[in-house]
Ligand binder design. Structure first.
Ligand SMILES: [Zn+2]
Length: 432
């Protein structure tokens, strides 16, 4: 049909790997993957990837829109090749812990989104009774903490609360896995090493053990968010072999940076759990290579620069969160290819698996029937990260000045290039 959009590339990333092909799009969907000789728009040597699915983004609107908002977050997402985000339930006011709060989120997002947006609900002690109705209202699952979240309106669950939540609704639970009992008080300090020592790997290991045990008892499906310590991978592998339904993600900053290289006072690197040492970073890459780690997502969690305490460089007082939504693809690609991985690996970690885990059946693959969410990516083009190029509300990021490889040229959302018109849809979980 002449109205079809046909995109041709010598490097289309499909389930068969990287192949020369033409992708035929009709009414927003991929309707065929044809031979490269098919007439159409020729991308030449630009690779064509499925749009990234970033299931871990803190948009913060409404209530803390001065930190980040739907318009800025989704524009930066599109600029970085991300075509779907799933918004975290905390840091906005109200947090997404009830049907009314979800309605407030959706109202804040409506008409402002440049990519598709779904929502996680929150599981907090006083709102466990809200979980079934919130699930029915379309959230993709529930986030909870086992440690202070950083904001008072989103308190953690204790062991009994976690198990009660898992039993309250047959949903996916995504868990910030650090155990409060293993975290040490941190006096004011500019020392990155002291900050890391206050949040030891042991805190992650104990929390992952607790989550796995609760999932096993409740027969629930759980997902470990932003794994930093590779020491937990054996435990996760054993749990899966035993039939526990557990998946795990890590983030670009744990794969790109190492504690030894973080300067004292450089609070733009502060996140929880913290970036650990070089040997740990390589062990995370091995976990990705053997498939233990399912997904790589941003955990984009910005704040106004003043809250990062750049002046004092105090790791104790600085907000914990790294800003990176626009940069995940070139960061991960740069470091992945240095370790022998291909674009198909990156697409599996950053598109396919996050979509499968969150439950987004039409997203994350270049295949017939999927949404035509696509990215033209120049895998060999250098990218010098300058704050001015970032569409995030705030430009402070540990990637400033980084020399990366890989540039996003065009992002299509359901077959239409993202061009400044907010065409993103608000997604709801498909029942069943
Ligand atoms: Zn987060």
């Amino acid at each position: 049909m002449s109205d079809d959009l046909v995109l041709r590339s010598r490097r289309v990333v499909t389930d068969a790997g990287e192949v020369p092909a033409a992708v035929r799009v009709r009414e927003g969907h991929i309707v065929a993957v044809e031979g490269y000789d098919t007439p159409g728009e020729d991308l030449g040597d630009l690779a064509l990837l499925p749009g990234l699915v970033d299931s871990h983004v803190h948009v913060n609107e409404p209530g803390r829109t001065e930190w980040e908002g739907f318009a800025t977050a989704t524009r930066s997402a599109a600029a970085g090749g991300v075509t779907t985000i799933v918004d975290m339930p905390l840091n906005s006011l109200p947090p997404t812990v009830s049907v009314g709060a979800l309605a407030a989120k959706r109202a804040a997002a409506a008409g402002r989104c440049h990519v598709d947006v779904g929502f996680w609900g929150g599981a907090v002690p006083d709102h466990l009774g809200d979980l079934p109705a919130l699930y029915d209202a379309g959230v993709f699952g529930f986030k909870c903490f086992l440690v202070d979240s950083g904001v008072p309106e989103f308190p953690p669950l204790d062991a009994a609360g976690l198990e009660a939540a898992l039993r309250a609704v047959p949903a996916l639970f995504v868990v910030h896995a650090e155990d409060a009992g293993a975290i040490r008080p941190l006096p004011a300090t500019r020392s990155y090493a002291r900050f890391v020592a206050s949040r030891p790997a042991e805190a992650e290991h104990r929390a992952v053990e607790q989550v796995v045990a609760a999932a096993r008892r409740a027969g629930a499906r759980v997902h470990v968010l932003h794994l930093s310590s590779a020491g937990a991978l054996d435990l996760l592998e054993r749990a899966r072999r035993d039939g526990v339904r557990v998946t795990v993600e890590t983030c670009p900053h744990y794969l790109a940076f190492a504690a030894e290289d973080v300067p004292d006072g450089a609070t733009q690197f502060k996140c929880c759990p913290p970036i650990r040492d070089r040997a740990n970073r390589e062990a995370l890459w091995q976990g990705l290579a053997r498939g233990t780690i399912d997904a790589v997502v941003s955990d984009h969690s910005p704040c106004p620069p003043a809250l990062k305490r750049a002046g004092s460089g105090d790791f104790a007082a600085a907000w914990g969160g790294i800003s990176s939504l626009q940069l995940g693809l070139p960061v991960v690609w740069t470091h992945a290819r240095a370790r022998g991985h291909g674009l198909a690996d990156v697409a599996r970690w950053m598109s396919q698996r996050p979509a499968e885990i969150a439950g987004l059946p039409g997203k994350g693959r270049i295949a017939v029937g999927y949404d035509a969410d696509l990215v033209a990516f120049a895998p060999d083009e250098p990218l010098a990260v300058e704050p001015a190029m970032l569409r995030h509300r705030h430009k402070l990021t540990p990637y400033a000045g980084a020399s990366l490889t890989g540039v996003v040229h065009t992002t299509w959302l359901r077959g239409t290039p993202v061009d400044g018109q907010p065409r993103g849809r608000l997604l709801t979980r498909e029942a069943g």
